[in-house]
Ligand binder design. Structure first.
Ligand SMILES: [Zn+2]
Length: 189
């Protein structure tokens, strides 16, 4: 299974257009696409790099869980966690409904019911998926990425206000409107 479309790190360069027309041959920032000189250390670039890094880790973990390649590994992992848990709960209900967890087989030996084995497998599976999700710390790390992106947008709004010559109460109101809107986007997304 292919885990990443990117060539090995030593082969990657920034590639941004230099003033002399050539392509920049500096190494990109960690996990990013551009070097420090070409915007690689901007908040947007850092947030994008963090998200790519998180997605790469999620892809590797999905591969470990033997799941087919997916376009959104983070969403897939969270969905898989929900399914594994729902399946485990369904198996637990089956076991609860049993009169007896053992039965006497035709050859006279005592056997565990198939439902019990199913329950145990479902529990192991749910544990492994949930442990994988916990190891990635997906929610917290995605939150940090979106906070960094929000900071970048607020910075852009402030630069726009300055460029447009907006100052004082009007500028404050503009910043507040941007922050309100970002909270709205975050709450919906
Ligand atoms: Zn560069």
């Amino acid at each position: 299974m292919q885990l990443t479309e990117q060539p090995p790190p030593h082969a990657r360069t920034c590639g941004a257009r230099r003033r002399d027309g050539g392509a920049c041959t500096n190494a990109p920032m960690n996990g990013g696409e551009r070097c420090r000189m070409h915007g690689g250390s901007s908040p947007q670039a850092k947030a994008a790099a963090e998200r790519r890094q998180l997605e790469t880790e999620a892809r590797a973990m999905l591969a470990e869980l033997d799941v087919d390649p997916v376009s959104d590994p983070l969403a897939a992992l969270l969905k898989l966690g929900g399914q594994a848990l729902a399946w485990q709960e369904a198996a637990a209900r089956l076991v609860n409904e049993l009169q007896d967890v053992r039965y006497r087989a035709a050859n006279g030996t005592e056997q565990l019911r198939a439902e019990v084995a199913l329950f145990e497998r479902a529990t192991d599976r749910a544990c492994s998926v949930l442990a994988t999700i916990a190891r990635l710390n997906i929610d917290e790390r995605l939150m940090a990425v979106s906070e960094r992106q929000a900071e970048a947008v607020i910075g852009a709004v402030e630069a726009a206000l300055v460029a447009a010559g907006v100052t004082g109460d009007l500028a404050t109101e503009g910043r507040r409107a941007a922050a309100r809107h970002l909270r709205l986007v975050k709450a919906v997304g």
